[in-house]
Design a binder for this molecule. Structure first.
Ligand code: DX5
Ligand code: ZN
Length: 235
C-alpha cells in the first residue's frame, strides 16, 4: 500500500521565516512540504516561484518539495522548478495542452510527476495512459487559489474512483483537510464495492498523501495534528 505522507502547505506559514517554518514541520513528523505556486492567471492570486523555492531548498537540507503548480502553461516552468530543487511537479490537467509530453518532460528532469484535478473536473479527465504514467494524482477538495477554505465533500467520490483505477499510485487531497475531514478521504475506497478477500491486504484505501495548511500551521501542537492525519491514513 502507498505510504501515509503528510505534506503541510506552507501557504499558511509565516513567509518571512520560510526555511524555519519548513524545518519545524519536518522535525514535527511531516515527510513532504507542499509549495503552492500561483501565477495570478490560472488562479487570481500570486504566491511564490522558483527563486523562492531555490532558497528554501538550500536552507532546508533533505527537504522534499511537493510543488503544486497552479499556473497556466505548466510546461513553461519545468526546468526552473527542477533547477530550484523541486522533487515533485504537480500540474493541473485543466491547464495542460499535452499532459503526456509534460509528464515525460518532468521525468526527464528527475522529478516525480503529479496531475491535479479541480473540483469541477471529473476523474475521467485523468485518462488511463495519463494515470499510468503519473506518479501522483491530486484531487482538489477546494477551488485552487487560496488557503483556509471549506472542505468540499462532493469531491471525495473522485478519490475512490481514482483509487480503484490506480491502486499503486500516490493519491493526494488538498484543501480544507483537518483531523475531522481527513477520514472521509482516507477511507474513500470503502464507498465502492469491496474487493475480493484475496486482494484485500494488497488494496490501498483512499488518499494516502494529505495536504493541510491552516489545520497544521494554525494548531497549538502541529506535530500532534501531523500524527493524527497520518493515523487516519494508516487505520
Ligand atoms: C489551495 C492550495 C492549498 C491550500 C490548502 O489553492 O492549493 O494547498 O494551501 O490550505 P488549507 O489546508 O488551509 O485549506
Ligand atoms: Zn496546494
Amino acid at each position: 500500500m502507498p505510504e501515509a505522507i503528510i505534506s503541510p502547505s506552507v501557504l499558511a506559514s509565516d513567509f518571512g521565516q520560510l526555511t524555519a517554518e519548513c524545518t519545524r514541520m519536518l522535525k514535527g513528523g511531516a515527510q513532504w512540504l507542499h509549495m503552492d505556486v500561483m501565477d495570478g492567471h490560472f488562479v487570481p492570486n500570486i504566491t511564490m516561484g522558483a527563486p523562492v523555492l531555490k532558497c528554501v531548498h538550500k536552507g532546508v537540507p533533505g527537504i522534499f518539495m511537493d510543488v503544486h503548480m497552479m499556473v497556466s502553461n505548466p510546461e513553461r516552468w519545468v526546468d526552473d522548478i527542477a533547477d530550484a530543487g523541486g522533487a515533485l511537479y504537480c500540474f493541473h490537467i485543466e491547464a495542460a495542452s499535452d499532459p503526456i509530453s509534460l509528464i515525460h518532460a518532468i521525468h526527464k528532469r528527475n522529478m516525480k510527476a503529479g496531475v491535479a484535478i479541480s473540483p469541477d473536473t471529473p476523474s475521467s479527465a485523468i485518462t488511463d495512459d495519463i494515470g499510468a504514467l503519473a506518479d501522483m494524482l491530486l484531487v482538489m477538495t477546494v477551488y485552487p487559489g487560496r488557503g483556509g477554505q471549506k472542505f468540499l465533500e462532493r469531491c471525495v467520490p473522485k478519490v475512490a474512483e481514482l483509487r480503484a483505477r490506480f491502486p499503486e499510485k500516490d493519491i493526494e487531497v488538498d484543501g480544507g483537510l483537518n483531523p475531522k475531514t481527513v477520514h472521509v478521504c482516507a477511507e474513500a475506497a470503502a464507498q465502492r464495492a469491496p474487493p475480493p478477500a484475496s486482494l484485500l491486504l494488497a488494496m490501498p484505501q483512499g488518499s494516502n498523501v494529505i495536504v493541510a495548511g491552516t489545520a497544521i500551521y494554525g494548531a497549538d501542537d502541529p506535530p500532534a495534528v501531523i500524527q493524527t492525519l497520518k493515523d487516519a491514513v494508516n487505520t
